[in-house]
Design a protein around this ligand. Structure first.
Ligand code: NAP
Length: 353
């Protein structure tokens, strides 16, 4: 169905790394963005969005909302035909996975979609899901039919104990499809990105795990070797474009794997060597799996032996043909994405040497 571009568009979690680029795209298109944020008075967190709005034909209006407060997105949704639900915590630093990841992801999705059911203007909801709702560990790619992840597959191997972030995204996306199936007013499209890299519009306030991983590549944490851990990478600007196309392409349907490159952590670290290798302690070699098995769990509680066994030395492979074919998506080359990400980290003084 056609979305009327004169109507406002809701973006939940507008302060986020991914959402920033989506808001930019919408503002450049001349749309009115209803930006739902936890604190509309936090000028530091909103500065980049205000700068974008000032330079674009579009308009931004802020609304206070919290994933855990029932009905708190209803006001922001009034008059919107299109709802982007991006808000969800993406972090590995959690004390209580139920409270810190599962509840905001799952109850938050339920909360936003419940409001969509009660708001008669809504025609389409685009949920930012993740490849994490498709697979848990790289070994799941090997075990998938044909050795490749597709939109048909669901993550059945994460839990509160193992890969809780992936578990949160799986539960949230399943809930979204259940709720979408129970009504006929709006349709649901999900964007399922792999690990997102690329510059941040809000680099000095970034909370996304994407930047935590990037920082570890450059700050010496992996100086003695980076694991050859299978992952997919996609540029944040492409993820924003994928959301835009998912919202405004009438025939968009179902889940869309949004992953540009089948790669691994060691390989992505090496893309940074030519430009930044002389100034920053980038990894020079692969961290052997046996060594990681020995010391991994001591260095970092997320590097459990189970995680290492199921991810290190195992290739990631996802099929991105659906989004290319149905939404006409193209993807940026890995080298530029990684260089731009790292430069953004340096510019924000998040990494110094
Ligand atoms: P991010 O920058 O940390 O953004 C997370 C957003 O969620 C922030 O706007 C945050 O608001 C909001 N949020 C968290 N808890 C909330 C709560 N209780 N109530 C309201 N808002 C809350 O991370 P990101 O990487 O951009 O992630 C955005 C989305 O993309 C998430 O759904 C994530 O799962 C998905 N995704 C990310 C990647 C990736 O590699 N980055 C890959 C696949 C999918 P505050 O600013 O107020 O904290």
């Amino acid at each position: 169905m056609e979305i009327d571009k004169t109507k406002p568009v809701l973006v939940t979690g507008a302060t986020g790394y991914v959402a920033g680029w989506l808001v930019k795209r919408l503002l450049e298109e001349g749309l009115t963005v209803h930006a739902a944020v936890r604190n509309p008075n936090d000028e530091k967190k909103l500065a980049h969005l205000n700068t974008l709005a000032a330079a674009s034909p579009g308009k931004i209006v802020y609304f206070a909302a919290d994933l855990l407060k029932d009905g708190s997105y209803s006001k922001a949704m009034q008059g919107c035909e299109l709802v982007y639900h991006t808000a969800s915590p993406f972090t590995s630093i959690v004390k209580d996975p139920q409270r810190d990841l599962i509840d905001p992801a799952l109850l938050g999705t339920e909360n936003v979609l419940k409001s969509a059911m009660e708001t008669s203007s809504v025609k389409r909801v685009v949920v930012t899901s993740s490849c994490a709702a498709i697979y848990s560990d790289a070994i799941d790619c090997v075990n998938a039919p044909g050795g490749v992840l597709t939109e048909e597959i669901w993550n059945t191997n994460s839990s509160l104990r193992h890969q809780p972030y992936s578990y949160s995204k799986t539960l949230a996306e399943r809930k979204a499809w259940d709720m979408a199936g129970s009504q006929k007013q709006w349709d649901l499209v999900t964007i399922n990105p792999s690990l997102v890299m690329g510059p941040a519009l809000n680099a000095s306030n970034v909370t996304s795990e994407s930047f935590t991983i990037l920082k570890q590549i450059g700050d010496g944490t992996l100086k003695f070797g980076a694991p050859e851990m299978g992952i997919g990478i996609v540029d944040v600007r492409d993820v924003a474009e994928a959301h835009f196309k998912a919202g405004f392409t009438p025939k968009a349907k179902g889940r869309y794997i949004t992953s540009a490159h089948n790669t691994n952590l060691f390989e992505i670290s090496q893309t940074l060597v030519p430009k930044f290798g002389d100034k920053y302690p980038l990894p020079k070699s692969k961290a052997p799996k046996w060594l990681l098995m020995l010391v991994g769990p001591i260095i970092n509680k997320n590097l459990s032996r189970e995680f290492i066994r199921k991810n290190v030395g195992i290739p990631f492979k996802a099929d991105n043909s659906k989004i290319k074919k149905e939404l006409g998506m193209g993807f940026r080359p890995l080298q530029g994405t990684m260089e731009d990400s790292f430069q953004s980290l340096i510019d924000a003084k998040l990494i110094q040497f």
